[in-house]
Design a binder for this molecule. Sequence first.
Ligand SMILES: C[S@@+](CC[C@H](N)C(=O)[O-])C[C@H]1O[C@@H](n2cnc3c(N)ncnc32)[C@H](O)[C@@H]1O
Length: 398
Amino acid sequence: MDFFATAAKGTEPALRDELREIGVRGVRADRGGVHFGGALDLGARVCLESRIAVRVLAELGRFDAGSVDALYAGVREIDWAGLIGPRHTLAVRASVRDGALTHSGYVALKTKDAIVDVLRDKRGWRPSVDTEDPDVLLFVHVAKDSATVYLDIGGGSLHQRGWRARSAEAPMKETLAAAILRLAGWDRRSPLRDPMCGSGTLAIEAALWARGVAPGLSRPRLGVERAAWLDDSLARRLAELRSSLRERARTSKAAPDVAGSDLDPTAVAIARANAAAAGVGVDFEVAPVSALRPTSPPGWVVTNPPYGERLATDGTLYREMAKTFSQLAGHHVTVLAGSMAILRAFPSPPDRSLLVLNGPIECRLLSWEIGSRAGARTSRSSPSASRQSGGARRARAR
Ligand SMILES: C[S@@+](CC[C@H](N)C(=O)[O-])C[C@H]1O[C@@H](n2cnc3c(N)ncnc32)[C@H](O)[C@@H]1O
């Protein structure tokens, strides 16, 4: 089968690398996600193991859709009876780009009509629509008059891991946090700090990643397990896969030094509750970003400061961040920033800057390798950063 795993814009290379590490071959990063091919089991495994994929879509058909009639006819050609049984519910979502069909809602409606009509004509029954919690969730993507119809084999957005008991203000999606940790280059062994942790997403995802806990294990059933494709053999193979993934997490010895802090006591309480629900030992403390101290050995600081016009124009927080981070000799600092005003506060330009979408917000993922002297910049290849790092104070973020 051909699959397309979707990811937040800008994080596609991180998903590609993650899928390669999971053992998926022939992956190809594209706009908004990664293509790969293989058996249905492989797609299901990606749903269970990928931290970065938002959805895993299996291609059901591809055809010309320069008109509504062509779309309707193309959808009818797909083998729906093999996928949807009499008791299954379905929902269709659509997107359109650069073609004759310009209304996504209408494309979704006509696709649903074609499926219902062909099943009624050939089988004598009609599936019901459930837009909230369908058994079969379908996506239609029409670009340049070509339609592709997909089944969402995860059955929903994979950012829902089951550990988020409560949300603080502006929480980051778990899938985006996982992508940022990979893009930041964290090695899963060195200490990691998030000094503006909010609900704790980055730190919790880091701890789960280091321990190899498969994020999809909290999902009782994948989308593919709710469709007519599920037979005894696939059910058995997925049960075996889940049990081997559980065993891997159970026997993991990794206990990375990951911690978070935030000025807001409510956010810290939420982060602690979330970490407890996730079953990870992450320390969260109430503290301003200025209280952040170097770790020993020097590690990573990955954080996501608040967005907002006031912050951008005032600049106080950015100056506080710049001053604090410039004292972390030998550390890697990565900031997901909603405003470029942050750059004015830092003494040196970032070593890397990537465009990343956080929901609808266009952000920059900025990374600095902090040099050996406070406030100075040392190139990534300089050995002095690691030499000097031994003197880092043995204090954790409070
Ligand atoms: C965009 S939110 C972070 C969201 C977080 N990534 C999550 O997933 O929940 C920014 C956080 O920065 C915190 N904050 C703002 N100013 C701070 C400061 N000076 N020191 C520490 N934390 C601060 C806020 O309380 C807020 O929780």
